[in-house]
Design a protein around this ligand. Structure first.
Ligand code: SIN
Length: 280
């Protein structure tokens, strides 16, 4: 008999826990539709107790939503190049994803979503936060919405994966390539979600360099204003991981931030990233 799927929101802004789905099992079309609907409605969805999710099953779930990304600067898991092993060892100081960002906005066709599976978690700490970028957009004045609607931003991995970037310093447990000459791509500052039609802000502190036609110096004050605005508490949710938990977030409508507050403990996650399309 089909299990009933429950969707339980975890905050007023975004995020819902899905109960009654075994991601390692056969997901019927009906169950897939319910998960897909919850993903679009809540922007990040969570599943507990997915301890049987093997790398193959993890990838198979991701492929229901699109093709899978092979990260250009971080080596994937042995035998599974589409899986990023996000590991922080007890003695390491920096973590992967420890700043507000949206995944892969430095590509011409950035990620649709990311599916993160917790393998080993610290006894406490290591939570992840998400911020709803539709809400951030909706909260702006009509005047600023109009101005931003006419702007394009330049995104690149060259800062974050350059010599001073945080991601470049994750070399101990993650095999990262430096990319000081990474290409630049243009994306609209206000993006329309291709599935829901909702508008949202699409700039982020990790990968947005400047506005097209503006210098970096000219861009900085407005970008800084947006970076502060977009991460306000009322737009966020926070998830406490257990081994076996899975989070699946929409990179077209959210930012996320991996907290680095578990010094002396190991944290090990596996991420599958689903490719998206060109923002408009
Ligand atoms: C990421 O940015 O993909 C990592 C998130 C996390 O480890 O919580």
């Amino acid at each position: 008999m089909a299990r009933t799927i429950e969707v339980q929101p975890i905050s007023g802004a975004l995020g819902a826990e899905i109960v009654g789905v075994d991601l390692a099992g056969e997901l019927s079309n009906e169950a897939f539709d319910a998960v897909h609907r919850a993903f679009l409605d809540h922007h990040v969805i969570f599943f507990r107790d997915q301890n049987n999710l093997t790398p193959e099953k993890h990838k198979a779930f991701g492929r229901r939503f699109g093709t899978l990304n092979v990260h250009p600067y971080v080596k994937g898991m042995d035998g599974h190049p589409e899986i990023l092993e996000i590991i922080k060892e007890p003695e390491e100081k920096t973590n992967f994803g420890g700043g507000w960002h949206t995944d892969m906005s430095f590509l011409e066709e950035p990620a649709l979503g990311s599916i993160l599976h917790a393998i080993e978690v610290p006894p406490c700490g290591g939570d992840t936060l998400w911020a709803n970028q539709h809400m951030a957009y909706d909260a702006l004045s009509d005047g600023l919405k109009q101005t931003l609607g006419g702007l394009t931003a330049i995104h690149s991995a060259k800062g974050e994966y350059g010599p001073k970037g945080q991601s470049a310093h994750n070399r101990q447990s993650m095999d990262t390539t430096m990319a000081p000459d990474a290409p630049e791509f243009e994306h609209p500052v206000v993006r329309t979600h291709p599935e829901t039609g909702r508008k949202g802000l699409y700039v982020n502190p990790a990968f947005t360099m400047h506005f097209k036609g503006w210098t970096r110096r000219e861009s900085r004050p407005l970008l800084n204003y947006l970076f502060e605005h977009c991460r306000q508490e009322q737009f966020t949710c926070r998830f406490r991981w257990e081994a076996g938990s899975v989070a699946f977030w929409d990179n077209r409508s959210t930012w996320h931030f991996a907290l680095n507050d578990y010094q002396g403990h190991r944290r090990h996650m596996r991420r599958v990233t689903v490719n998206g399309d060109r923002p408009f």
